[in-house]
Design a protein around this ligand. Structure first.
Ligand code: GEK
Length: 272
């Protein structure tokens, strides 16, 4: 078995083994970075995960979500630690499959399956190409185009929702999380990354400003920042960290805490 470990953060992890040059070249051609200038040209209506977004997605995530790369690194590290032989892993709202590939290249036990789900046909189409080109692990991956709210969970030792719960209506989040918790083994790990709001108004205003500064530093214009903000209103609905932690405990996670915070973006780890 060849478990190349690409996604560990530095310090104490296994030795990194780069993928062969031919595989890297093939991935580069599929991933060829399209610059995110979607809101420079302007586009009408609320934000949607269509082909235009899927094409520019890696660039968009890198320039818009502080801590995104760290969240993917930790998902790999957690997969190595928590995924048990013969179990299932879920990547909910998988987009292009970054978390799926991080899990796959770090799962150290046989007989597992990763179920990657997204309801955007454009995302799923590209995700299929990227997973097919991946050679960094031999865990089976099942890619499903569908709504995560309709999924059944079973035999799970790891579930990831990397910046996805925020797109479900708040009233449906507890039911979603309950289904996840019910399908997991005791000792399994759930990773929940989200944009959040702060109860403290002054702190909230400062964090939003610092996020906008982050985007300015990453070469988004004032117009792009403000148009994207408008497009995401009522589409991405953030909640507070205490609300997330309280709900995770309510649905049956024995432990839940923030492991990463960068401005108004957090990643929470919960253990069933
Ligand atoms: C990553 N996790 O790279 N059912 C299925 N998919 C959904 C649903 C739903 N009800 N609602 C939204 N999505 C990824 C990034 S992006 C985050 C996740 C962002 C999907 C949606 O189509 C999109 O692909 C993804 O959730 C959210 O680690 O763009 O901020």
């Amino acid at each position: 078995m060849n478990h190349c470990r690409r996604h560990f953060a530095s310090g104490g992890g296994p030795i990194t083994m780069p993928a062969p040059a031919s595989v890297r070249a093939r991935k580069r051609s599929i991933q060829a970075m399209t610059r995110d200038n979607i809101y420079a040209a302007g586009r009408p209506g609320p934000f949607a995960f269509d082909q235009q977004v899927a094409d520019a997605f890696p660039d968009m995530l890198q320039r818009s979500i502080p801590g995104y790369a760290a969240s993917i690194g930790a998902i790999g590290a957690l997969a190595a630690r928590f995924v048990r032989e013969g179990t299932q892993c879920y990547d909910l709202g998988c987009s292009l499959g970054a978390a799926t590939l991080a899990m796959r290249s770090n799962i150290a036990v046989p007989g597992c399956r990763i179920v990657a789900v997204d309801n955007s046909p454009a995302m799923i189409g590209r995700c299929r190409e990227l997973v097919a080109a991946d050679r960094d692990g031999d865990t089976e991956v099942t890619i499903i185009e569908g709504d995560i709210r309709e999924l059944e969970f079973s035999n799970a030792s790891m579930v990831v929702m990397n910046y996805t719960l925020q797109f479900l209506p708040p009233g449906e989040r507890a039911t979603m999380l309950q289904k996840i918790a019910d399908g997991m083994f005791e000792g399994g790990v759930f990773v929940l990354s989200e944009k959040v709001v702060d109860d403290d108004e002054k702190l909230q205003a400062m964090l939003v400003e610092m996020h906008h500064d982050f985007k300015r530093r990453n070469a988004y214009s004032e117009l792009e920042i403000s148009r994207k903000r408008t497009a995401l209103e009522n589409v991405l609905v953030p909640e507070t960290v205490p609300r997330h932690l309280q709900r995770l405990r309510q649905v049956g996670f024995a432990h839940a805490g923030v492991w990463l915070r960068y401005f108004n973006f957090v990643s929470i780890v919960a253990i069933r």
